[in-house]
Design a protein around this ligand. Structure first.
Ligand code: 8DG
Length: 156
């Protein structure tokens, strides 16, 4: 899928009136052992209880990196030290039309704290937690592709 394409989720559900594109900064925190951090969506949000990568919507004037730094401080109490844009994806949800800007993060400081009463889980493939948010599922496929490719080059 290219950036311009939009994936429609829950097409049978009514749509919110505002269909302007909402930019979202999403943090793919990677540990040295290749585990990645998933958190559950808090009560009161659309798709509450679904698993996702931590992050949130950009505020006016923010870059993706600035928004991600703020969101991860607010949600999980850490300060990120790097942020590499990895992939983008557009999803048409019933509640909003979003552009997800997935950034890999390998360095941060502070201990994880779930400041919005979420749950968290360090995961490897295949993930053990479910359900995973529809917009987040492709990331697991990108991981699988990336790791299969690394496996190939290592075996040559
Ligand atoms: N953080 C995050 N959001 C995701 C992922 N996958 C995915 O489709 N989304 C969508 C769900 C939401 O429509 C949007 C994020 O918005 P949000 O409502 O969670 O963001 P926020 O924390 O700024 O929310 P708010 O309380 O300020 O309204 O992106 C993901 O892996 N992580």
């Amino acid at each position: 899928m290219t950036d311009a394409e939009v994936r429609v989720v829950d097409a049978d559900q009514p749509r919110s009136i505002d269909r302007s594109l909402v930019q979202v900064a999403v943090g793919v925190l990677m540990r040295g052992d290749d585990a990645f951090l998933l958190t559950s969506r808090p009560e009161g949000k659309a798709y509450a209880g679904f698993w996702e990568f931590p992050g949130g919507k950009l505020e006016a004037g923010e870059t993706v990196e600035q928004a991600l730094r703020r969101e991860l401080q607010e949600e999980i109490g850490i300060t990120i030290h790097d942020c590499t844009l990895w992939k983008t994806e557009r999803i048409d949800y019933p509640h909003a039309l979003v552009q997800l800007n997935f950034c890999k993060v390998t360095q941060w400081s502070g201990e994880l704290q779930m400041l919005e009463s979420q749950s968290f889980a360090w995961q490897q493939l295949p993930v053990a937690v479910k359900p995973v948010l529809p917009g987040t599922v492709p990331v697991l496929q990108w991981f699988a592709q990336e790791r299969a490719f690394v496996g190939e080059t290592h075996s040559v």
